[in-house]
Design a binder for this molecule. Structure first.
Ligand code: UFG
Length: 328
């Protein structure tokens, strides 16, 4: 049986890949330090609790399991926090990331799927953003993800590492079975915050700026369902195992929705009003981020099953309504 090591597998995106991996015949080993991840999200899977910054821990994992491929999600992932505390981001995402890469190579593991982001592009000079767009991040989070891509690309040349970089746009939604979903502490993302406001768990939602050069003045994002992201990971693994070359794929729906449209969609799905107040722009927010995932569609045969915002918000709403306190 082939075995996948999933770092950060107790987190939002990693945990949604576990079931699909199992369904595709993979044995799964999750590594997570549980600093932000949830044990409950790994129910039914092997969890090794530890930190990818610890070389001895990683070597022990690689020597006690025959790992065929690594899916690397473990990272710090708040844009705002990365501006306040860049050292944490360079340590967790770059230094510990390099530790994982060197441990993989020491143990003869070459196939890697990396959880990257559209934040590596910075402020777009063209919409939709393709993989050829320049990578000029506007915050430390984006830089750390870009540096990891660069390290892995150099190690591909020098040591035969085989990385595929998946650059997500805005991940949202929850698994169809309602068992796992989004639970960040603190929560900073628009969809869960709007839902929590609709459910009366929060007083009001602040819209961060309505003076952007967009249709209604609020920021536009390309939302992609978490299960569609998971499916892309399965296809990227298949691509690598079939001898595909190291490369990068954007993952988004190619459709932009403004903050106001997201709020209206949450109101429609929930049947409840979302109380809002206007606030200042949030530092580091590009006005519009919309991706072209044509390459993933062509090369991987990827076809999102949740192509519109309403279908994505429905799954998120179901999760938050059933689990108002998340996993706790
Ligand atoms: N927003 C609000 N009010 C809130 C929260 C968010 O108006 O209370 C706005 C933001 O300003 C932004 C939009 O809603 O315009 C979406 O914000 P999110 O925080 O949900 O998502 P981001 O676009 O900031 O971040 C996402 C991922 C990051 C990734 C980034 C790339 O979560 O990991 O996209 O830009 F780096």
């Amino acid at each position: 049986m082939k075995t996948a090591l999933v770092t950060g597998g107790a987190g939002y995106i990693g945990s949604h890949c576990l079931k699909p991996l199992k369904a595709e015949g993979w044995d799964v080993v999750v590594v997570d330090n549980l600093s932000t991840g949830h044990k409950k999200a790994v129910t039914g899977f092997k969890l090794e609790t530890g930190d990818i910054g610890d070389p001895d821990f990683l070597d022990k994992i690689f020597s006690s399991h025959t790992i065929d491929a690594v899916l690397h999600f473990a990272a710090s992932a708040y844009v705002g926090e990365s501006v306040q505390n860049p050292a944490k981001y360079y340590r967790n995402n770059v230094v510990n990331g390099l530790n994982l890469l060197t441990s993989m190579l020491r143990n003869g593991v070459k196939d890697l799927i990396f959880s990257s982001t559209c934040a590596t592009y910075g402020n777009p000079t063209e919409i939709p953003i393709t993989e050829k767009h320049s990578q000029t991040p506007v915050n430390p989070y984006g830089y750390t993800k870009m540096v990891f891509e660069r390290m892995a690309t150099d190690l591909a040349r020098s040591s035969g590492l085989r990385p595929v970089f998946l650059r997500y746009f805005n991940a949202a939604g929850a698994s169809d079975d309602g068992l796992i979903g989004e639970d960040h502490d603190p929560e900073t993302h628009l969809i869960p915050l709007a839902i929590a406001t609709a459910l009366g768990l929060r007083g009001e939602l602040t819209i961060f700026g309505d003076d952007y050069p967009t249709n209604d003045g609020t920021c536009v994002r390309d939302y992609i369902h978490i299960s569609d992201l998971a499916d892309a990971h399965m296809r990227a693994l298949e691509y690598l195992r079939g001898g595909g070359e190291p490369t990068a794929f954007n993952l988004g729906n190619g459709e932009g929705y403004s903050v106001r449209q997201v709020i209206e969609t949450v109101e429609k799905v929930s049947g409840k009003p979302v109380k809002v107040k206007m606030g200042a722009r949030r530092e580091g927010d590009p006005p519009t981020l919309i991706g072209s995932a044509e390459k993933a569609r062509k090369v991987l045969g990827w076809q999102p099953k949740f192509p519109d915002l309403e279908s994505i918000v429905k799954t998120a709403y179901k999760w938050h309504e059933t689990n108002p306190n998340g996993y706790s």
